[in-house]
Design a protein around this ligand. Structure first.
Ligand SMILES: Cc1cc2nc3c(=O)[nH]c(=O)nc-3n(C[C@H](O)[C@H](O)[C@H](O)COP(=O)(O)OP(=O)(O)OC[C@H]3O[C@@H](n4cnc5c(N)ncnc54)[C@H](O)[C@@H]3O)c2cc1C
Length: 444
């Protein structure tokens, strides 16, 4: 039987961290699942945009992102040679669960295996473009690929596109960016090799500089040799012996939903990389002979739409540490909103909300189930970056560990609803929470 003539319990659109969490959870809970992904591999921004590291899985004391997200992390560490005895590595990367470097090739294989082993069917090189609805219920998703346009029937959809593409097509309300209609800058991440590890480690040990390269940038600025529009620090992550990933270089005032804007961003970022590498060679000991290996398949997108859900999580909730009864995940990453346009402010730790919003070790916030449910729509649920929240709050849960967790919650919820033949809003929350806990999720 062709994939197009099947009927699925659940179709997951998008195979990033949220899509992987959603598909695996739904399939393991007995649902017949199809995962549709635009690229030829899973991972979303981790692989498609070569983001170099996973944000913290811990609250500073203990691991709070567990379940499928943790399973992926552990499998990737095993698949790459993360545990191999690279000299001094433990000193450079102190913890095993926070800011773990991403080996993109290992991650792609790990995700293929975890998703296929769950029983999920994958359809790569396919874009979900529309829905077919009847009496307010979605009956099918419309997909486009080289074979043309097809409809695939399903009972529920999980929108994990990062952009809430499917919710918008189904008529759901959403917000976009700030009051000026701007979103966080985009970044083309890249990898370099030919690093002298001994010199680099010695530099980090003795200079007080960190993976943010703040001190190197300051020195170069004083010499008028750092002339990028860049106002943010770098994310520098050792991937392997002699290889590092960089999340370094913003392009501002880009609307990632517009192909013309993204084209400008791709070209501008690629043009900037050689000069950035010149800077690294000159100002970071150990990188004197660094060479560019590759840049991400696409410029990385931090922010686009946020759905209007049954509940809109806010920065007030973050600061008040509100304990919601319908919590389906916990997280603790600070509010991290990168600038959307060039400012004349040089990065200063004490002024940055990323620093001032930090929780004390052991603290975390709750993410309510209602933030996943698009207002007014019945059989579609959202996970990952675009769940319902204000912009500041989005700055915290937009990172990958939290996206795995909201994905796992959405997938589990849909599988329960499918089994019981009920609507997404009729699920017994306690039952969902119990099932998530059984799967290892930490709900406090
Ligand atoms: C430059 C940059 C640096 C970052 N740094 C970090 C970091 O250090 N650590 C961290 O944890 N997080 C980081 N993040 C954030 C994090 O990577 C993303 O917010 C996260 O990946 C979002 O997960 P998601 O599943 O919601 O969406 P995505 O990761 O965007 O995945 C969406 C997937 O859906 C696919 N897709 C989209 N639309 C369709 C469609 N219509 N049909 C079919 N497929 C579709 C896409 O190809 C993609 O694979 C960074 C992000 C960027 C851009």
């Amino acid at each position: 039987m062709s994939i197009y003539s099947e009927k699925y319990d659940v179709i997951v659109a998008g195979g990033g961290p949220s899509g992987v969490g959603a598909a695996v959870a739904a399939a393991r809970n007995g649902a017949k699942v199809l995962l549709i992904e635009k690229y030829g591999f899973l991972g979303g921004m981790a692989t498609a945009a070569a983001v170099p590291a996973f944000c913290p899985y811990t609250d500073g004391e203990k691991v709070i992102i567990k379940g499928i997200g943790l399973e992926v992390l552990e499998a990737m560490k095993k698949e790459s040679n993360y545990d191999s005895p690279i000299k001094d590595k433990k000193e450079l990367i102190k913890r095993m669960y926070d800011w773990i470097p991403i080996d993109t090739e290992a991650l792609k294989r790990v995700l293929d295996n975890i998703v296929l082993d769950s029983g999920t069917n994958i359809l790569f090189h396919t874009v979900a473009t529309d829905v077919v609805s009847e009496d307010g219920n979605i009956k099918a998703i419309v997909v486009e690929n080289k074979e043309g346009k097809n409809e695939i029937r399903c009972k529920y959809i999980i929108d994990c596109t990062g952009d809430a593409d499917i919710v918008v097509k189904a008529g759901g309300e959403h917000e976009y960016g700030d009051e000026e209609g701007l979103v966080q800058a985009v970044t083309l991440c890249y990898r370099i090799s030919n690093i002298n590890m001994e010199r680099l480690i010695e530099y980090f040990k003795t200079s007080g500089d960190t993976g943010n390269l703040t001190k190197a940038v300051e020195r170069a600025r004083l010499n008028n040799e750092f002339n990028f529009k860049e106002k943010h620090v770098a994310g520098f992550s050792i991937q392997n012996d002699g290889v590092a990933g960089l999340n370094f270089g913003h392009v501002y005032e880009v609307n990632p939903l517009k192909a013309e804007d993204m084209t400008r961003a791709e070209v501008e970022s690629r043009r900037n990389i050689p000069a950035m590498i010149d800077f690294l060679r000159k100002y970071v000991p150990g990188l004197e002979n660094a060479v560019l290996v590759s840049s991400g398949p696409m410029v990385g997108v931090r922010e686009t739409r946020r759905i209007i859900g049954d509940y809109r999580l806010t920065a007030r909730d973050y600061f008040d540490r509100v304990e919601y009864e319908d919590s389906i995940a916990r997280y603790a990453y600070p509010i991290d909103v990168h600038p959307s346009k060039t400012r004349d402010v040089i990065y200063k730790d004490e002024n940055d909300q990323y620093v001032t919003s930090r929780y004390k070790p052991g603290e975390s916030y709750t993410i309510p189930y209602r933030t996943l449910l698009p207002k007014g729509l019945k059989n579609i649920i959202v996970a990952g970056r675009p769940i319902s929240a204000d912009r500041a709050m989005h700055g915290s849960f937009r990172v990958m560990p939290a996206c795995f967790a909201t994905g796992e919650a959405a997938g589990t919820a849909v599988a329960i609803c499918s089994k019981e033949g009920i609507e997404l809003r009729d699920i017994e929350i306690k039952k969902l929470q119990e099932q998530l806990k059984k799967q290892g999720a930490y709900l406090g």
